[in-house]
Design a protein around this ligand. Structure first.
Ligand code: EPU
Length: 439
């Protein structure tokens, strides 16, 4: 089993570039099934979730060509099947976007329940609500666990026709909003999605589809309107060789992770290729902790600089849907707060089980108590290296930051979780002075 070995206590300094957003690209790739023409997607992060999506696309019949390290040409003129390969579907959460995309393309879709990080229960009732509102029938295929209790094992969707309607989500859900867009973009008539999520990746999916000829407005607000279209060909004339090129939005969470890593190691790092207003909440919290965060040059660089002479100030954080503090930054920020002088509080407002990293962080000297929906962090002067595991993707990122900030050697196992979402993390960190190896 591979692991990361970190010799901690080095200040991170220098320049690092951010890749395209995982949680966007995993929807953009399925969305290519809805297009009538080939598309080139740039700024694709080199992460295992992308490779799984590409494997699924190929199995469904798409032509996938890697043009450059981060650039792919994708086209699916003929669909071979409407069933997502089971093994791939179970490997990642975002595989459920193939349900929306296949339903939108051919009125049929079947997939095993998605995998991904276990963060507590992850129901898909809001996705089904969206599909059913548009006129699909859903068949839930049951499995039975070792105790004989039933669970939903796979989903099959069918629709003779999808018709635009008003979808009112009961829960603000990123996944359900994305899937509703995918299913509605070629439906007949006008769909509205109320109480939708507003994350940058929702806007990116809408921008991508609009660029290819969709009529989606309101992405980034609480209400999205989609006027169904017959074709998605990006204004490219029949027979033309021209191909549209789209670049994935920068990863807000990857950027935030490097920001916290820079701060926690008392470093001075220029983080390139970001959209600073996506990072506002993270920047504000860091500033309140006493970290300097400046947006510089042509506004796509943030510089994070932490003075080593003072302890961080404590803070209280509550995770919320965008534009609130992102749950996907909660474990990383906890590492910084564990080094603050005094008591900090974290309330997790999205996932019921996103504190598995606490047991690992305690092995490194952190003093954290868990509460019903959060954690109380009693700041300590420093962390020490230990053998820890990456319980899930962001928990793993937190372990990397803790290892970088700690004195001594940290070994992190189960790094496959980290590699699902962080492109070239070892190379990027080494580039800013970290002593980290993948062994
Ligand atoms: N929810 C429902 N029913 C649904 C869908 C969601 O009750 O049908 C609940 C969830 O249980 C949760 C809340 O709604 O309490 C929000 O869930 P959401 O659907 O927004 O999450 P998701 O789409 O499953 C995505 C990201 C997560 C990120 C969340 C919140 C992907 C593949 N995953 O999950 O990313 O935490 O949005 O921003 O895009 C990560 O990258 O580490 C990660 C876990």
């Amino acid at each position: 089993m591979n692991k990361f070995v970190i010799e901690g206590g080095r200040r991170l300094t220098g320049d690092v570039s951010i890749s395209g957003a995982k949680n966007s690209v995993i929807a953009l790739l399925p969305a290519t099934l809805l297009l009538d023409v080939p598309v080139i997607i740039e700024n694709v992060p080199d992460i295992s979730d992308v490779q799984i999506c590409l494997t699924i696309l190929r199995a469904l019949g798409a032509e996938v060509e890697r043009l450059k390290e981060d650039t792919y040409r994708i086209f699916c003129p003929k669909l071979l099947t409407h069933t997502v390969p089971e093994e791939q579907a179970r490997k990642m959460r975002g595989s459920y976007y193939f349900l929306g995309a296949l339903l939108g393309r051919c009125g049929k879709a079947k997939a095993a329940m998605p995998g991904g990080c276990y963060l507590g229960e992850r129901p898909i009732d809001q996705h089904l609500l969206a599909f059913e509102t548009l006129g699909a029938e859903s068949l839930l295929i049951k499995g039975y666990d070792v105790k004989g209790d039933p669970f939903i094992d796979a989903v099959e969707l069918r629709a003779d026709e999808l018709t635009g309607r008003n979808i009112s989500l009961n829960v603000v859900s990123v996944g359900a909003t994305m899937n509703a867009i995918l299913a509605a973009v070629r439906a007949n008539g006008i769909t509205t999605i109320e109480n939708c999520a507003r994350e940058p990746h929702i806007v990116d999916l809408a921008n991508f589809l609009n660029y290819m000829g969709a009529h989606i407005s309101g992405a980034g607000t609480h209400k999205i309107t989609i006027e169904g279209v017959q074709e998605l060909r990006g204004n490219i004339a029949e027979g033309s060789e021209e191909t549209r090129v789209y670049s994935v939005v920068p990863d807000q969470i990857e950027a935030g992770t490097y920001m916290v890593a820079a701060a926690a190691t008392r470093g001075d790092v220029m983080i390139h290729g970001v959209i600073p207003h996506h990072l506002k909440e993270i920047s504000d919290r860091l500033k309140e902790c006493g970290v300097r965060v400046d947006v510089i040059e042509n506004e796509d660089i943030v510089r994070v600089h932490a003075d080593g002479s003072r302890r961080f100030r404590p803070n209280n954080i509550k995770t919320e849907p965008y534009p609130g503090f992102p749950t996907d930054m909660q474990p990383q920020m906890a590492v910084l707060l564990t080094l603050a002088e005094g008591q900090s509080n974290i309330t997790e407002g999205i996932w019921e089980d996103r504190f598995k990293y606490v047991a690992e962080l305690r092995k490194m000297g952190a003093n954290i108590d868990l509460t019903r929906d959060g954690a109380i962090l009693w700041g300590v002067a420093g962390l020490h290296g230990a053998e820890v595991r990456a319980c899930d993707l962001r928990a793993g990122a937190a372990m990397v930051i803790a290892g970088l900030a700690a004195e001594g050697r940290t070994e992190i196992t189960e790094i496959q979780h980290i590699e699902r979402g962080y492109s070239h993390i070892v190379e990027k960190l080494r580039g800013i002075g970290a002593e980290i190896q993948r062994v």
